[in-house]
Design a protein. Structure first.
Length: 210
């Protein structure tokens, strides 16, 4: 994971983004990009960084759904996480790339800052469980170790866990997600930067069919 934030890679990413934007300007094409998660997910942030603001983003529940959308032509591209600097390789990502015969077109390293998000009226004292994607939970081991009264709950997505928590309206339940997701769904940030280390990065790739 030492190369996640190498400055040369960041310059290459920016050059790729500029070339892609110019191509879309000339061709008039607006790509559809599939990603796993709900609006507000870190994968959505990565998709915007890789595909540009003009891209049409398609949120889907599972990585398998993302690959199906790509191979069926529902989406022209897919953006998925493949590796995190704290939690390691994202389960199934490499296998799915091989199984579906996808090409890696570009990559982007995104800093991941997790927040504990609650419903209005919740406090750190009232929370008894926190839900998030398993890879996100694995990035917050020290948070849970220091607070044994808060149980981990597995969810399909970071932002999706905020949406579900807000729908339930239970002040004993919280979610682990970005501060942007909290704002998007009306949640309250109870604690910021709860990941084990501040230099927490996830490598995302943009995929196309061969």
């Amino acid at each position: 994971m030492n190369g996640l934030v190498h400055p040369h890679l960041e310059r290459i990413d920016r050059a790729i983004d500029a070339l892609r934007a110019e191509r879309h300007r000339i061709s008039g094409a607006v790509p559809t990009v599939a990603y796993q998660g709900a609006p507000g997910a870190f994968s959505e942030d990565a998709a915007r960084a890789l595909a540009g603001e003009a891209a049409v983003l398609q949120p889907l529940n599972t990585l398998e759904d993302v690959f199906q959308a790509l191979t069926m032509g529902v989406a022209e591209f897919a953006v998925i996480p493949v590796e995190n600097s704290l939690a390691g390789a994202v389960p199934r990502a490499a296998d799915l790339i091989r199984r579906f015969g996808c090409r890696v077109m570009a990559e982007h390293s995104l800093r991941i800052a997790h927040a504990l998000v609650g419903c209005p009226g919740a406090t750190i004292e009232t929370v008894r469980e926190a839900a998030s994607h398993p890879v996100a939970l694995a990035q917050c081991r020290q948070f849970f170790a220091a607070r044994p009264h808060i149980a981990e709950v597995t969810a399909f997505d970071t932002a999706g866990s905020v949406a579900a928590m807000m729908a339930a309206g239970n002040t004993a339940s919280a979610a682990i997600a970005s501060e942007r997701a909290a704002a998007l769904y009306g949640g309250v940030v109870l604690l910021s930067e709860i990941q084990d280390r501040r230099d927490n990065f996830t490598r995302f790739v943009v995929l196309a069919t061969s």
